[in-house]
Design a protein around this ligand. Structure first.
Ligand SMILES: *Cc1c(COP(=O)(O)O)cnc(C)c1O
Length: 398
């Protein structure tokens, strides 16, 4: 199959697009035009590569997980170590790309939304580095749950604004960030944190995250002399997954597997497995699979992992799913905790609760594979941020 690309209005097949108020159309069109110029500019590529190498710590290793492989006894498993990026997750690949873009656009002020706080930390980090004013919108409930990340952002010099409307979580934080952007468009760039929202964000964030898959492809060819049988990543908005998948789309024999948050299970609706519910809608600028009730009201979601806890999925995944090019599955909170424990104890790597979903998928599905299979699991982030929450979960559930 050919690699998926959006049309000029950002449609990935029937999905994506620009479902925003009129006042945002012009700034988004301007951003699209500017980005399309800049992405071709060799100077920009060189600058981005420089900072990814010298500051973020790329390339991240592709590590052969010897004990995990032995324990499962089927496929040979490699881990792509995005947890070793500066600030502890893949999010900074995108924040770095976008701040270099903002700098070229002459912007002086950066805004962002954050749920778990990882994107807020990555953005506050690059703002400190490039001396930009930084305002992060965060739901008041999330601020309480993720107090450590609030402290990190503030230490980095960012202003964290508590959003106290609605559920007081990520969805409301996105709305507030968009409102700020409309008002301050001349001075301000909005660094959106996943492959979501209006065009050009799903395309742009994907491009910046594709460094994950480009490196992994070269690294596996070097280590094994062949492409993997399967590549596996967790899916919140879908940026770490599409970053890993995109450079492999044309390799039809490589299975691409996305793992969503199954929460307490699909029955009862306490989860964030958008593809399991199979409903299409529009949320925050994009048309895609969205969790909603029968009246089209956006559903409340649940996951043990704040980074996967969102009602919509990135539009490119919706297309890949309909085309049958990628497969989407889910694991529950309980299975994700098991994934966390196993990778910690077998490999000495504490994965983020988000990444633990991808690990849990292989624990459940190892018997689909044989010793001839070669797999890559994306460890999107490190789990240190999650240990308090895990301790509480274990006290309640074990
Ligand atoms: C934010 C986050 C995710 C989920 O976001 P995607 O856009 O789906 O990648 C996954 N893992 C970690 C560590 C995160 O911080």
């Amino acid at each position: 199959m050919k690699a998926t690309q959006p049309d000029s209005h950002g449609h990935f097949g029937a999905y994506g697009g620009m479902f925003v108020p009129e006042t945002l159309m012009e700034p988004l069109n301007e951003l699209t035009r500017f980005y399309k110029e800049v992405r071709k500019d060799p100077e920009f590529k060189k600058e981005l590569q420089y900072y990814l190498r010298e500051y973020v710590g790329r390339p991240t290793p592709l590590y052969y997980a010897e004990r995990l492989t032995k324990q499962l006894g089927t496929a040979k498993i490699y881990l792509k170590r995005e947890d070793l990026c500066h600030t502890g997750a893949h999010k900074i690949n995108n924040s770095m790309g976008q701040i270099l873009l903002a700098k070229r656009m002459g912007k002086k002020r950066i805004i962002a939304e954050t749920g778990a706080g990882q994107h807020g930390v990555a953005t506050a980090t690059v703002c400190a580095m490039f001396d930009m004013e930084c305002v992060i919108y965060m739901g008041a409930v999330d601020m309480e749950r993720q107090a450590l990340n609030v402290f990190r952002m503030e230490s980095l010099g960012a202003k964290v604004v508590a959003v106290t409307v609605g559920q007081q979580t990520l969805k409301e934080a996105v709305n507030e960030a968009m409102r700020d952007w409309v008002t301050n468009i001349r001075s301000t760039h909005y660094i959106l944190g996943s492959a979501l929202g209006s065009h050009p964000y799903p395309m742009m964030v994907r491009d910046f995250q594709s460094v994950i898959g480009k490196e992994a492809r070269q690294q596996i060819l070097k280590a094994e002399g062949r492409l993997p049988t399967g590549i596996i990543a967790c899916i919140g908005g879908g940026s770490n997954a599409i970053g890993l998948f995109h450079p492999f789309i044309k390799d039809d024999d490589v299975r691409m597997i996305g793992v969503e948050a199954g929460g307490f299970g699909i029955e009862g609706g306490m989860h964030a497995a958008r593809f399991a519910e199979d409903k299409i809608g529009i949320l925050q600028g994009t048309k895609t699979y969205v969790l909603q009730d029968d009246d089209g009201q956006i559903a409340l979601t649940h996951s043990i992992s704040a980074g996967l806890d969102y009602a919509a999925v990135g539009p490119e995944h919706s297309l890949l799913r309909d085309l049958g090019r990628a497969e989407y599955s889910y694991v529950t909170d309980e299975e994700a905790v098991d994934g966390f424990d196993k990778l910690s104890q077998w490999e000495g790597i504490l994965p983020a609760l988000e990444s633990s979903h991808a690990v849990a998928w292989i624990l459940k599905n190892a018997d689909q594979f044989t010793k001839d299979d070669l797999l890559i699991i994306n460890v999107s982030g490190r789990g240190d941020k999650d240990v308090m929450q895990l301790a509480e979960w274990k006290k309640k559930n074990q």
